[in-house]
Design a protein around this ligand. Sequence first.
Ligand SMILES: [Ca+2]
Ligand SMILES: [Ca+2]
Ligand SMILES: [Ca+2]
Ligand SMILES: [Ca+2]
Length: 205
Amino acid sequence: MNNRGFTLLELMVSIAVLTIVSGALYAASMTLTQAARSQEAKTATIDHAQSGLLLMVRNIRQASSASINWTALPGPVLTYRAATDIDGNGTAVDIGVELELGPVRTLTRDVSDLNGDGITDTQLILVEDGQVRVIANGLLIDEDLNQNDVLDTGEDTNQNGVLDHGLWFRQAGQGIRISLQCEQATMVQGRPVNTGLFETVVPRN
Ligand SMILES: [Ca+2]
Ligand SMILES: [Ca+2]
Ligand SMILES: [Ca+2]
Ligand SMILES: [Ca+2]
């Protein structure tokens, strides 16, 4: 009696159990894959924003405080001149001990595509003497339509309850508070991954 093998019912039950188990395993592996992808995209976005922020910090540390256009702050554009050794005596001062300054540098969005790569508002560039250097890509769009640094009705495009500038410079004592927000083109669960970083830099005297 015991050697009759599986009945049809037993076989069907086994198949049903197998189907449920493999379905659950598949769902679990999909969740893991999505979590890994999301983590990867987040890390890439943070890395990108961090390297952009670091470039700005290094640059602004070389800025002569007196050359900064403080009246334009708070705002999305920073202009200044960096201390540079113009007469070649090994330091950024001349024989009269005056600070030597290079051309005007501008940190801004590449609104008019100065480097001709087709990327405009979402690109952060450093312009010096006609030379354009890309600092970061994927800048969040500035929600502050009327540029009053206040969240007004209809400006919270991403509906997170705060005013997001993407790129913003404000005075903080002797220094400049930089706010940089980047987002990754990769969509995770239907939304782009974004990150926001802040840093205060004190320019040289
Ligand atoms: Ca010099
Ligand atoms: Ca461009
Ligand atoms: Ca506003
Ligand atoms: Ca917002």
